[in-house]
Design a protein around this ligand. Structure first.
Ligand SMILES: NC(=O)c1ccc[n+]([C@@H]2O[C@H](COP(=O)([O-])OP(=O)(O)OC[C@H]3O[C@@H](n4cnc5c(N)ncnc54)[C@H](O)[C@@H]3O)[C@@H](O)[C@H]2O)c1
Length: 378
């Protein structure tokens, strides 16, 4: 396991709550994992938050619907599809937002994109174009329009890490290329139409409230270990044995995003978001198993022993030959440090353990009996 930087948070975000206070904010994909965390933070800052999503159902698993947070009552909600150009024009024209954060996407990466390539391109590329077009055509211009891009736009690594202005964009998978196209248009709309776009190429994010349990490594492992009567071993796909990824805790990502919105120097720029930790997928899963057993030990020691005994189950993916999974993804984050002061912390084990505790409580208690897991601040 290697850490990208040893520099500690906390961040120096002076007057940030005043900065966002009473500002009108639109968060697309706000019922998803990251959008929900950004919504929570901005509500705390006193912003006037509108959350837009294609699925805003009250029964959907989402931080917005979490009864303890009561976020649902503290935000405005719009049900809309970002691929619908007219709908996005109406939302953005009428809303007159100071800030727009765009997270809406088909975001489960490889597997889902392979079964629905056209829908993936429509959501992940055209969804962003619709936001940009609506801003271009509206008489009211936001202070900032944020795109959540990904390290996957770089494709396979040549050297030791990806750099914003040196590394060519060679993403090849359907998800990767769709995000790449959106990412490129951020610069285009800034240069050609002076829109204040900010693009962040993010590494793998972990934290509470990620309910993408079908595909993503950590939520999927959590569901296997804690949702059934007996724990099951988390799966490691054989072709992922060599994979290496950067990981960052979600609340730190939110701090980075807040800093980028706050710093006008970021307008029109593209940034890498490096992780606090860089490690192989098998090492990540082994760490998850060890920490899950340690968390469970306090509640159900027998179950904890079973988690350890199960270990990891190695599987061969059914469509391995058609998947363009990148072997190593490692971002250099110096530009973001220089322009905003953001640095990932070295609290990987602490924040991962808190995340696991969240899922443990989520799956092992009912809504009524579940103790509250306080999020660690990023
Ligand atoms: N989670 C990560 O590790 C990570 C890493 C890099 C980049 N990203 C990017 O960050 C963004 C947010 O990711 P996430 O982890 O929160 O994903 P998520 O799947 O939890 O959230 C995405 C949200 O977008 C909504 N959505 C999908 N299609 C839509 C449409 N057509 N119109 C309106 N809403 C739609 C979904 O309902 C969902 O609520 C995505 O753009 C993703 O590509 C995520």
């Amino acid at each position: 396991m290697s850490t990208n930087t040893k520099i500690q948070q906390p961040l120096n975000i002076h007057n940030v709550d005043e900065y966002f206070h009473a500002k009108k904010v639109l968060i697309t994909g706000g019922f998803g994992f990251i959008g929900g965390h950004v919504a929570r933070r901005l509500v705390q800052y006193g912003a006037d938050v509108t959350v837009l999503d294609i699925d805003v159902s009250e029964v959907r698993e989402s931080q917005i619907n979490c009864p303890r947070q009561q976020l649902r009552d503290q935000v405005s909600i719009i049900e809309a599809d970002v691929t619908n150009k007219q709908a996005m024009m109406d939302v953005i024209n009428n809303g007159r937002y100071h800030y727009i954060f765009h997270f809406a996407a088909f975001a489960s990466v490889i597997e889902k994109a392979l079964t629905a390539p056209y829908d993936t391109i429509m959501s992940n590329t055209m969804g962003w174009i619709n936001v940009l077009e609506a801003c271009r055509l509206s008489s009211y211009k936001p202070n900032m329009i944020f795109l959540s891009s990904t390290d996957k736009v770089y494709g396979e690594m040549d050297g030791d890490s990806y750099f914003e202005h040196l590394t060519p964009l060679r993403g090849i998978g359907v998800y990767d290329s769709a995000k790449l196209a959106a990412d490129v248009f951020s610069r285009t709309y800034h240069e050609a139409f002076q829109l204040p776009t900010v693009t962040l190429r993010m590494c793998n994010i972990y934290g509470p409230y990620d309910f993408n349990t079908g595909y993503r490594l950590l939520p999927k492992a959590m569901s296997k270990m804690f949702s059934g009567e007996a724990p099951e071993a988390p799966e490691l796909y054989f072709d992922a044995i060599e994979h290496q990824r950067d990981y960052l805790y979600v609340d730190e990502l939110v701090s980075a995003i807040v800093l980028m919105a706050h710093n006008t120097v970021c307008r029109g720029e593209v940034y890498n978001l490096a992780g606090g930790t860089y490690l192989t997928t098998p090492a990540m899963l082994r760490t998850i198993v060890e920490l899950a057993a340690a968390v469970e030990e306090k509640y159900e020691p027998v179950r904890s022993a079973e988690i350890l005994k199960n270990g990891i189950s190695v599987k061969v993916s059914a469509n391995a030959s058609t998947i363009h999974a990148i072997t190593k993804q490692h971002l250099n984050g110096e530009k973001l440090v220089k322009d905003t002061g953001f640095c990932p912390s070295d609290r990987f084990l602490e924040t991962l353990q808190e995340t696991i505790r969240f899922y443990r409580q989520y799956y092992r208690f009912t809504q009524e009996t579940r103790p509250h897991v306080q999020l660690l601040a990023g």
